[in-house]
Design a protein around this ligand. Structure first.
Ligand code: SF4
Length: 428
């Protein structure tokens, strides 16, 4: 095999896993190629029924359109339904998370006898080509048991990567030109529990990490936390975030799932509505206008109109900068699969629309509060993402000679979702 194509579904952790394989295979001499590749690696997701359906559909299409290609299916779907995948035309390997996570194992499964030394692979990755933001997986697995979620079954218990390894990887990514590193995983709030440490310790280390370029100059970069549970944003973490807002983005993606205590209990979530909202208030008291984003599931079994109204009210109270609304779909193998009392599809559609409308309104309110704020923008061209997760445009003339990470004053452009970044200057 001389060439390889990668297709990735799902979360940031999955995209990171693909990058680990990509770097190993390219080091092994395979050229990355979009069409006519000898090997196609499809890294799958099983978090929703839709994610699984899309992956199966694509695999069938690859098998039909490029019958000469050999297909390796990896990721969570490969773990949860290997038998189904093995029957698809063109599929040569179905490698679950245990087999495919380490490149050496992956290559051995494909019939390459490899010495890890020979590959010269540092732990982790060196770049995310074509992206300003790089993902860094700091842990894998989850110890919880949410009723709707199959992930703990396919990724196992939480395992943290050592802090020293992560610091070295951040330095590598920054030297490769990435000015934002997103810490991701499956349950990042549990980072360090198996190492006698905590996420706050790791974030503190990264907040003070100095990365220098070839000429000894300090390279600016920012760290963003990806999804973290509201109950795991503790005072120690907030202290670091408050002290270094230009290094640690004041943005927290905290899955809410529902604003109804009854539904949260059925979901086997470990907090109630008051605890979630109290976390939002506590964080807001410590950080300057932090951005909250969240996931909400609509149509979970037992969600009636009253429960949904509680979710709607909670969305207003939390004041999200952005909300991802997902309709519930039962996954085989989860506790929710056998739960009754599912709302009618029509009701779920209406609730989803109502929630999206409410989310737009609260996002507008949040954006209005940012007028005049100074924030760091990581640019791709003249447009970038601020620390508070806002889209910001900077006038090309003002950017001459400036790096890709600049500090700007936010100014709203009309009633739309975007900002103009005024008075850009390099991040100190
Ligand atoms: S916390 Fe819950 S939703 Fe998140 S990965 Fe673990 S079991 Fe799944």
């Amino acid at each position: 095999m001389r060439s390889v194509r990668f297709v990735t579904y799902g979360c940031k952790a999955n995209q990171y896993d693909t990058q680990v394989l990509r770097e190993a295979l390219v080091r092994r001499g395979l050229a990355e190629q979009d069409r006519e590749a000898d090997l196609v690696v499809v890294n799958t997701c099983t978090v929703t029924a839709e994610a699984g359906r899309k992956a199966r559909q694509l695999i069938r299409r690859i098998g039909r359109e490029t019958p000469q290609a050999r297909i390796a299916v990896t990721g969570c779907l490969a773990e949860s339904e290997p038998e189904v995948l093995r029957t698809l035309p063109g599929v040569d390997w179905v490698l679950g998370n245990g087999e495919a996570k380490r490149p050496v194992n992956f290559l051995r499964e494909l019939g390459h006898e490899v010495d890890p030394e020979e590959l010269g692979i540092p732990a982790g990755v060196t770049e995310f080509a074509g992206h300003t933001r790089a993902f860094l997986k700091i842990q894998d697995g989850c110890d919880m048991a949410c009723a709707f979620c199959i992930i703990p079954k396919v990724r196992g218990a939480s395992r943290s990567r050592p802090a020293e390894e992560l610091e070295a990887e951040v330095a590598r990514l920054v030297r490769s030109g990435h000015v934002e590193v997103v810490l991701c995983g499956i349950h990042i709030g549990h980072w360090g529990l198996d190492l006698g440490s905590s996420l706050a310790d790791l974030v503190r280390r990264l907040a003070h990490l100095e990365v220098r370029g070839e000429d000894g100059e300090l390279l600016p970069f920012r760290v963003r936390l990806s999804s973290i549970e509201a109950t795991e944003v503790d005072d120690a973490l907030l202290e670091v975030m408050a002290a270094r807002p230009e290094r640690i983005a004041p943005h927290l993606h905290m899955p809410m799932q529902s604003g109804s205590d009854a539904v949260l209990a059925r979901m086997n979530r470990w907090y109630d509505r008051a605890t979630y909202l109290e976390a939002c208030h506590r964080i807001r008291a410590r950080l300057d206008r932090p951005a909250f984003t969240a996931d909400v599931l609509v149509g979970f079994p037992g969600e009636g109109e009253a429960e949904f109204a509680e979710t709607l009210a909670a969305v207003h109270e939390a004041g999200f900068a952005r909300l991802h609304v997902f309709p519930f779909s039962p996954r085989p193998g989860t506790a929710a699969e056998s739960m009754h009392d599912r709302p009618a599809p029509e009701a779920v559609r209406e609730r989803r629309a109502a929630l999206s409308e409410a989310a737009d309104a609260v996002a507008q309110d949040y954006a209005a509060r940012l007028e005049g704020a100074r924030d760091t923008v990581v640019l791709e061209g003249f447009v970038g993402l601020s620390g508070r997760y806002q889209r910001v445009r900077v006038e090309p003339d003002a950017l001459e000679g400036l790096p890709r990470a600049v500090e700007v004053t936010l100014h709203r452009e009309g009633d739309g979702p975007g900002f103009l970044g005024l008075h850009p200057r390099p991040v100190a």
